[in-house]
Design a protein around this ligand. Structure first.
Ligand SMILES: CC(C)(COP(=O)(O)OP(=O)(O)OC[C@H]1O[C@@H](n2cnc3c(N)ncnc32)[C@H](O)[C@@H]1OP(=O)(O)O)[C@@H](O)C(=O)NCCC(=O)NCCS
Length: 305
């Protein structure tokens, strides 16, 4: 995908989802939130466009989290639905996963749509547990706060990225959020909340903040959050959510959004107990058909949108 495709890709993204969801004005889907430009800017080589007679017909985006890879948003202009363009846009993504050495690939989609589930099954992805996209109002003032990635020096950032990889590697071998932490910092999309003692990180939360990011207006979106496995994981997960809420309050945002796969049952139940409620839910599909880190005992937030 080229930079010149961005505006039309954004228009098709909103139109496709808005049409599928039956919005009165489909073009208004997720207005104020920005997915397309940020993902293209993070790694143009992982973005793909399909054209028909010179017109953009659809786009797809790959995301590299080390050994874990996922894709989306995959969107095709409604005028071109059911003509094989979605399948076409899956092919370079499958090649990417081979090139990246992805050991666990996945996606998040509409659980109720046999078309979506059937399309992805063709490529070896199988439906697993639901992922709940949850939210709560930002109420807290003076709760837990934490170090922020944006406040660190270049050397400190290097050290944090290393301990972050080491921590997420304990959750799933090779899982790395390095690229997303750096992209959020360089594009100023939000911040990464860090909890730990000395050089040992015990939890981290990668947040998009406000309009023009994946969060949207008034909102803080925890794109990825995790606590280091062990006996203190539950407590650290609690502190992490509280620190993300503090970040939201400091930024003047009124809503906190976080997605959790329901197979991570303790994390899901803890979020319910903290006052998060589900706004909508979808299904995670995995290739191979293995749990990855969507399993009991994993205190992890993410939703692969
Ligand atoms: C989902 C979307 C990307 C699919 O694109 P598309 O170009 O219409 O899809 P294609 O024509 O390439 O693929 C159709 C495939 O879907 C699957 N499919 C369709 N109907 C199906 C059904 N009833 N049961 C099972 N599988 C079905 C089949 O695999 C079919 O291919 P086949 O007929 O060769 O077997 C497009 O509809 C879209 O943009 N939707 C709105 C946005 C969206 O939902 N994006 C995906 C979010 S995860």
């Amino acid at each position: 995908m080229q930079e010149g495709d961005l505006a039309e890709a954004d228009r098709i993204f909103r139109l496709a989802f808005g049409t599928f969801l039956g919005l009165p004005d489909p073009a208004q889907f997720h207005q104020g939130a920005e997915f397309i430009r940020a993902r293209w800017s993070a790694d143009p080589s992982a973005t793909f466009a399909a054209k028909s007679e010179g017109q953009l017909a659809g786009t797809n985006f790959g995301t590299n989290w080390g050994s874990v890879g996922f894709f989306g948003p995959l969107t095709v202009h409604p005028d071109y639905w059911d003509r094989g363009i979605g399948k076409l846009l899956m092919e370079p993504i499958m090649d990417l996963f081979v090139r990246w050495g992805t050991t666990h690939a996945g996606l998040f989609t509409f659980a109720q749509s046999q078309k979506h589930v059937g399309l992805y099954q063709r490529f070896g992805f199988w439906p697993r547990f639901l992922t709940a996209i949850m939210s709560k109002p930002v109420k807290q003032t003076g709760g837990s706060s934490a170090k922020l990635f944006s406040a660190l020096s270049a050397e400190e950032r290097e050290a944090v990225l290393k301990t972050a990889d080491e921590m997420t590697g304990e959750i799933f071998d090779g899982l790395s959020l390095k690229r997303v932490i750096e992209a959020i910092a360089s594009q100023k999309l939000g911040d990464t909340v860090l909890l730990g003692t000395g050089s040992r990180l015990v939890a981290l939360g990668v947040c998009h903040c406000g309009a023009g990011t994946e969060a949207g207006p008034e909102t803080c979106y925890i794109k990825f959050g995790a606590a280091r496995p062990g006996t203190k994981a539950g407590g650290n997960f609690d502190r992490l959510l509280s620190a993300c809420e503090t970040l939201a309050a400091q930024r003047g945002l009124s809503k906190l959004i976080a997605g959790v796969n329901t197979a991570r049952i303790e994390a899901y139940q803890q979020m319910l107990a903290m006052g998060f409620r589900t706004d909508f839910q979808g299904v995670e599909m995995h290739r191979p058909n293995q749990p990855g880190y969507s399993r009991s005992g994993a205190f992890v937030i993410d939703d692969w949108r």
